[in-house]
Structures are given as structure tokens and as C-alpha cells.
Design a protein around this ligand. Structure first.
Ligand SMILES: [Zn+2]
Length: 227
């Protein structure tokens, strides 16, 4: 719900001159940032306990213990998930790329072989059948041809924004206003300029990768006691 609310707010906050670039009508690696950032808000104990209430006793907050075990279970496999997403992104790039695409088109390589090859390199300790064809059920490679990686870019960007601006103070008025202003531009500016407005710098691929690995390390070491 928080994720979709992020998309909705992105559109509601739109103040662009032209409707064609308002809200989520922006490059895909930016359009998933507000929604991913909202997930970080949800995954914060202070925010979660402020929001989750019982309908019959709205003044009661969810107990710390329940909130903590919900968070710990949500993030049990973050590192594996990130590697998996990166491998899917790589498959998407390869299947549309200059080397694999002509081979697939001429029948010299199958998408199943390509997918298996990439997944085995990404996760060598996970046994998988060379004949399983998960890619047939993975519609993103059709809808967003060669752009699936943008999900991970968006998650890394949201992670950076969360870590730098909201982690210490999730209800910060100052950064909340700034983030609202950034979203008001929709696709009216390139993502790098928008990210600079909220971060104070234009993140490089190294910054984004570091943000994800820092987050994975932190989350995979969480349990219900340390959350
Ligand atoms: Zn989304």
C-alpha cells in the first residue's frame, strides 16, 4: 500500500507546465523512486507504529515486538533478492543486446540457455534445472525491454535518499518539503538534476551500489531483537 501510495503522491504533487511530463510520466529509473522510498518509510519502526492501528482500538499502537518481527521477516532474504533482481536485469539487457539477440533470432541460442547461464553465474550455489524457463513468466522483459535494471537503480536511489535524509528523522519537515518539491517536477528535469536537489550531489553508479550493499548488510543482520 505504501508503495502504490508513493506513485499516487508523485502524481498528486505534480506541478509541471505540461501534463505529459507530470508525476509518474518520467523516466522509469526515476518513476519507481518515490514508491520505493515510501517502502523505506513503512519499514521504519517509528513510522510503522504511528500508522498501523487496530480498527476497534485506534489509540493502541502495534507492540514493538510485533512490529520488529514483521520487519525482520520482511527483510530475511534481502541480499538474495538483490542478486536475483540484478541477474534478471542482466538477462533483460542480454536478451535485447547485440550478441544474444541475433543468436536467439536465428535459433542458435534459446532464451532458456541464456537465462540458465546468467542465473548460474549469479547464484552458483542455488541448484536449478537447465530446462526450467522462468523467463517465459517474466513479462517485464517484454513490457520494458532492456530497462528492467531501472527497478534496481530506483531502489538504490531511494535507499540513498532514505539513508541521507530521512533515516535519522523520518518526519523531517525540511526534507519532506524538499522531496515534495522534487516530485513536483515529474519528468520535467533529468533524474540526475532531481536527485541532486534532494541529495546535494549527483550519485554515481558506485554511490548507488554502495547504498544497496550497505542496506543489504544492515537488513540481513536484523532479527526481531536487534531491529
Ligand atoms: Zn511501482
Amino acid at each position: 500500500m505504501f508503495h502504490e501510495l508513493g506513485h499516487a503522491m508523485h502524481s498528486i504533487l505534480g506541478r509541471t507546465k505540461y501534463q505529459h511530463v507530470a508525476g509518474t510520466r518520467c523516466p522509469q529509473d526515476f518513476s519507481e523512486i518515490p514508491s520505493n522510498l515510501m517502502e523505506y518509510f513503512f519499514s521504519d519502526l517509528r513510522v510503522m507504529r504511528d500508522v498501523i492501528r487496530r480498527t476497534d482500538r485506534p489509540s493502541d499502537k502495534i507492540s514493538i515486538e510485533s512490529a520488529a518481527s514483521l520487519l525482520a521477516s520482511r527483510h530475511s532474504f534481502t541480499a538474495i533478492e538483490t542478486v536475483q533482481q540484478a541477474a534478471y536485469g542482466l538477462y533483460d539487457l542480454e536478451v535485447h543486446g547485440p550478441i544474444a539477440a541475433p543468436q536467439i533470432a536465428s535459433g542458435r541460442l534459446s532464451t532458456t540457455e541464456l537465462f540458465h547461464d546468467i542465473m548460474q553465474k549469479a547464484m552458483p550455489h542455488v541448484q536449478r534445472s537447465p530446462n526450467s524457463a522462468f523467463q517465459h513468466r517474466f513479462h517485464h522483459t517484454v513490457q520494458y525491454g532492456a530497462k528492467y535494471f531501472s527497478y534496481l537503480v530506483a531502489r538504490a536511489s531511494a535507499s540513498l535518499i532514505w539513508q541521507q535524509r530521512f533515516q535519522n528523522e523520518p518526519f523531517s519537515r525540511k526534507w519532506g518539503d524538499c522531496w515534495g518539491e522534487v516530485q513536483s517536477h515529474g519528468g520535467g528535469h533529468p533524474p540526475s538534476i532531481l536527485l541532486e536537489k534532494i541529495l546535494g550531489f549527483r550519485p554515481t553508479e558506485k554511490d548507488l551500489t554502495h547504498a544497496l550493499s550497505r542496506e543489504s548488510y544492515h537488513l540481513s543482520n536484523l532479527d526481531a531483537v536487534t531491529v
